[in-house]
Write a protein that binds this ligand. Structure first.
Ligand SMILES: Cc1cc2nc3c(=O)[nH]c(=O)nc-3n(C[C@H](O)[C@H](O)[C@H](O)COP(=O)(O)O)c2cc1C
Length: 337
C-alpha cells in the first residue's frame, strides 16, 4: 500500500499543472497571484494576436515578472510570418513557451480566420507551428479543441495533432470538446458542447512520447488527480480563477509541498501589489483576482464584499486587504464558537 502511494506521489511530481489562458482574467496581476499559490504550475497569458505583439504596446501586452516563469505567451493568428515574428519577440522577452490558439470560437476571431476555425485547416496550422518553431528556441505548443461544429471524427482530430507535432509542436493542450462556430456564444462554447475526455486519453495512449495536457471542466482535486492517471497534465481555467485555493491545494498535492493558509498566501502578494500601486495601478485591478480566495469558507462572502466595495474607493491601499482578512477571520471565529 505504502509503495503504491509512493509510486503515485513520484509520478505526480512529473505531472503538469497549468492555468488556462483567459482573456481579461489571466493578466499579469492574476498570474502573480497564481504563481504564489502554485509555485510548480505553468501559467498562460491571455491570448494576444501576433500582429498586436508586432505593432502594439509591448510594455502592456507582454507585461510580466520573473517570478511568473514558467510562463507561456498565447498567440492568436494564422499568418506564419507574423506568428514567427511574434514568437521571436516573445522569446526575446523571456517567455518560456509560445502557445498557438486553435480553440477560440468568437465571431471576431473567426472573422480573422484564427482560433477554433483552424481545426479545419491542419496544413495551415502546421505551417504556422513550423514558422514559430524556426523563429526561436522557445518550445511551441498548441491549444486546440476536438473539432468544430458537428465534427465527430477522432482520426481527423489525431491527424490535426500529428501535423502540428510533425511541424514542431512539443505539447498539445486539448480543450476536450468541440467548438460550435455558429449559434453559441464563447461562454456557451465552454459548457454546452459535450466533454469527451476519452479522446485525449486515447491520443496519449497512442502517442506515449507526446505530452498531452487535458483541459475543460476540471473543477475539483479528485477530478484533476483522476485525469492525471491518463494524461501528462491538467489545465484549469474557471475553477482556478473562481476558487484559487484549489490551485494551491493541487500544486501542494502534486509537489508534496505543505499547504499554506489563505491569509499567508495573500499577504505574500503585498510587495508586488505595493510596487504596482507605486506605479499608479489601482488596488482594485489587482484584488479583483483574489475575490474567490475564501470560496466556500466561512466569511468568504464578506471577504469578497469588503474588497470589491472598498477597492473602488479612491486611494484604497493594502490596509483594505487586511480589513477583509480581519472581517473574514471574525466570521470564521464566530462560526466555530
Ligand atoms: C473569461 C475566459 C476567457 C478565455 N480566454 C481564452 C483565451 O484567451 N485563449 C484560450 O485558448 N482560451 C480561453 N478561454 C478558454 C479557457 O482557456 C479554457 O479552455 C476553458 O475555460 C475550459 O477550461 P475550464 O473548464 O477549466 O474553465 C477563456 C475562458 C474564459 C472563462
Amino acid at each position: 500500500m505504502l509503495l503504491i502511494l509512493l509510486d503515485k506521489l513520484l509520478n505526480y511530481k512529473e505531472k503538469i499543472l497549468a492555468t488556462a489562458p483567459m482573456m481579461d482574467w489571466t493578466d499579469a496581476h492574476c498570474r502573480e497571484f497564481h504563481r504564489l499559490l502554485a509555485p510548480g504550475a505553468r501559467l498562460y497569458t491571455e491570448m494576444v494576436h501576433a500582429k498586436a505583439v508586432i505593432h502594439g504596446d509591448r510594455t502592456r501586452l507582454l507585461a510580466k515578472t520573473p517570478l511568473q516563469s514558467p510562463l507561456a505567451l498565447q498567440l492568436g493568428g494564422s499568418e506564419p510570418d507574423a506568428l514567427a515574428q511574434a514568437a521571436r519577440i516573445a522569446a526575446d522577452h523571456g517567455f518560456d513557451e509560445i502557445n498557438l490558439n486553435c480553440g477560440c470560437p468568437s465571431d471576431r476571431v473567426q472573422a480573422g480566420r484564427f482560433g477554433a476555425c483552424l481545426m479545419r485547416e491542419p496544413a495551415l496550422v502546421a505551417d504556422c507551428v513550423a514558422a514559430m518553431a524556426a523563429a526561436s528556441d522557445v518550445p511551441v505548443t498548441v491549444k486546440c479543441r476536438l473539432g468544430v461544429d458537428g465534427d465527430d471524427d477522432y482520426d481527423a482530430f489525431a491527424r490535426f495533432v500529428d501535423g502540428a507535432v510533425a511541424a514542431g509542436a512539443s505539447m498539445i493542450v486539448v480543450h476536450a470538446r468541440n467548438a460550435w462556430l455558429s449559434g453559441l456564444s464563447p461562454k456557451e462554447n465552454r459548457d454546452i458542447p459535450p466533454l469527451r475526455y476519452d479522446w485525449a486519453h486515447r491520443l496519449k495512449r497512442e502517442r506515449p512520447a507526446l505530452p498531452v495536457v487535458l483541459n475543460g471542466g476540471i473543477a475539483t482535486q479528485p477530478a484533476a488527480l483522476d485525469q492525471l492517471v491518463h494524461v501528462d497534465g491538467v489545465m484549469l481555467g474557471r475553477a482556478a480563477y473562481h476558487d484559487p485555493y484549489l490551485l494551491h491545494a493541487l500544486d501542494a498535492a502534486l509537489s508534496g509541498r505543505p499547504l499554506q493558509s489563505r491569509a499567508d498566501l495573500l499577504r505574500a502578494l503585498r510587495p508586488y501589489a505595493e510596487t504596482r500601486m507605486s506605479e499608479g495601478v489601482a488596488l482594485k485591478h489587482i484584488v479583483r483576482h483574489v475575490l474567490g480566495l475564501f470560496h466556500g469558507q466561512p466569511g468568504g462572502r464578506l471577504f469578497r464584499q469588503v474588497l470589491s466595495e472598498g477597492g473602488h474607493r479612491p486611494g484604497a491601499d493594502w490596509q483594505l486587504v487586511e480589513q477583509a482578512l480581519a472581517a473574514t477571520a471574525c466570521v470564521a471565529a464566530r462560526d466555530a464558537a
